[in-house]
Design a protein around this ligand. Sequence first.
Ligand code: AMP
Length: 218
Amino acid sequence: MALNLIMLGPPGAGKGTQAERFARTRGIPKISTGEILREAVQAGTEIGLRAKSVMDRGELVGDEVMIGIVRDRLQRPDALSGFILDGFPRTVAQASALDAMLDGRDPLIVVDIVVPEQELIRRLSTRLICKECGQTAPSGDELSSRCRKCSGELVQRTDDSQGVVRERLRIYHASTEPVVNFYRARPTFRSIDGAQAADQVAADLAAAIAAAGNGNVR
Ligand code: AMP
């Protein structure tokens, strides 16, 4: 059975970190829509140019663009035997479109990472990213440190500045929290505590995915 996973949770919940780790150990692609957009911005493509100001304000890029990006990516051969989506779906319209795209494929396993708001704000205001390769630095690394992967300069994400973080959390509650309710009643939905140490979250995530995948076919 293909592992078709999505990670839900507010900005700063650890979706990217955990998805990266899980994808590496299971040998499936991690598909992060935020990363795809940041790459498009850096490369100066048409989508990137249009997305940049929206992202800098902490708002959501339009559903049509996002659905198109994910539809193309999920059709690539490496995603046919499983994938982990990070940052998509962020609206109920995206979630419905994803169901339609995956019609005939193995059921989606949905994990929601829950973290209290105060902790999210703390994490986002201290998060650093590599200017060169876009990798999020492990917590504890400082502005003066270098990226552990490519030695690039570490900087704050433009959308992690204080005002933008509040806006992203507001938009999360308004547009993305309804996505959790869209999936909640499914037998393959699980929720985990993301406020714990990263290793414990990884262990809970693996256990939740194993439990959700066990005979819970839609
Ligand atoms: P992330 O790295 O997941 O926090 O995404 C960074 C930014 O990219 C978000 O604040 C949005 O502006 C945009 N973005 C990423 N994924 C989506 C999506 N599924 N729908 C709309 N906008 C998105």
